[in-house]
Design a protein around this ligand. Structure first.
Ligand code: XMP
Length: 326
């Protein structure tokens, strides 16, 4: 398809000046396409949808309606950051949907990884479509499609992204970054003034912490994943590893082991630390972490995270392990 090929005239966007030129061009194009109509966007808080939101806010202001679905599987502080940045700082029209109970109820007792993904994906579309159905006058649907998604060489989104276009929503698509590579999207995001924590965010799977709470998701184990992930990210940042390691996170498996806390025997979960480097996510190697950092993480996670008495380090490259545990 001709309009799915990156135009030869589009220079690689590597500098703020090139970003500004792209932004100005896109703003004009978006205004021409959208006119005085309304455009809807599922805003996850990931790099791509955030950049599209920021571009559209510049182009059409509150004609953009963002929907942020909190499915309960986001990292600590993420829903709050989306609301703060987009509603409070950029003045966007943002609908925040608290769908936590709805997702967790649907997922209760479901242990199979693919079934979990399907439930999360379907529920996401249902919630989004329901919200869209409540709105009048929407004619466009914006999406954070990027060039690797089109080329289908992107291992991340091609085989398992959550969401996608709700088929029952028959809107014209608005895809302002569809010819850009990830690094270019980041340059644009930076030029649009988005916070570094959004622009340089590590990849985060659509099903979120759901694939890191191994087996059937329970609220307490999910909280353990979320809290341990927050500690891991904080310690990586303190140790200058943010942006140095490609992807790092914690996993809470569905088994327990004995331990001792304050002289009392415990029977609690372990937290697994996973940190990998890769170029394209097809293969990956384990990041070499300083032993002192691993000790610090162990000390903090076992003392601060409820229900956890042990910390393990995943030493497995991909292959044989995938990056995620499910
Ligand atoms: P795996 O675990 O397959 O992951 O080695 C490769 C990369 O893809 C991400 N990933 C996902 N991304 N939806 C996504 O959008 C998913 O269901 C999903 N599963 C894995 C993973 O985080 C890694 O970056």
């Amino acid at each position: 398809m001709e309009n799915n090929v990156r135009p030869a005239s589009l220079e690689r966007i590597t500098s703020p000046a090139l970003a500004e030129a792209f932004i100005a061009e896109q703003i004009a194009a978006l205004r021409a396409q959208i006119g005085d109509k309304k455009v809807l966007l599922a805003l996850s808080g990931g790099v791509d949808s955030s950049v599209v939101a920021a571009l559209l806010i510049r182009a059409v202001g509150r004609q953009l309606v963002c929907v942020h679905v909190n499915h309960g599987l986001l990292r600590k502080g993420e829903p709050e950051q989306v609301v703060r940045v987009f509603r409070d700082e950029l003045g966007a029209e943002l609908i925040y949907v608290d769908a936590v109970d709805r997702f967790l109820d649907k997922l209760a007792g479901v242990a199979d990884p693919e079934t979990k993904r399907k439930i999360i994906g379907k529920e996401f579309i249902d919630v989004f479509a329901e919200e869209a159905g409540k709105l009048d006058g929407i004619e466009f649907l914006a999406q954070g499609t990027i060039y690797p998604d089109i080329l289908e060489s992107g291992p991340v989104k091609s085989h398992h992204n959550v969401g996608g276009l709700p088929e029952e929503l028959n809107f014209e698509l608005v895809e302002p970054v569809k010819f850009l590579y990830k690094d270019e999207v980041r340059v644009i995001g930076k030029a649009l003034g988005l916070p570094d924590s959004m622009v340089y965010r590590q990849p985060f799977p659509g099903p979120g912490l759901g694939v890191r709470c191994v087996g059937a998701i329970t609220r307490d184990r999910l909280e353990a994943v979320r809290e341990s992930d927050a500690i891991l990210r904080e310690e990586f940042a303190k140790n200058g590893l943010e942006g140095q390691v490609w992807q790092y996170f914690t996993v809470v498996p569905d088994f327990k082991s004995t331990g001792i806390t304050d002289g009392k025997r415990t029977y609690d979960w372990p937290v697994v630390i996973r940190a990998v480097n890769t170029v394209d996510a097809v293969t990956a190697e384990v990041a070499e972490l300083p032993f002192a950092l691993l000790q610090k993480l162990t000390e903090r996670i076992t003392s601060e995270v409820k229900g956890v008495n042990r910390v393990l380090w995943d030493l497995t490259p991909k292959p044989s392990g995938t990056i995620e545990w499910e």
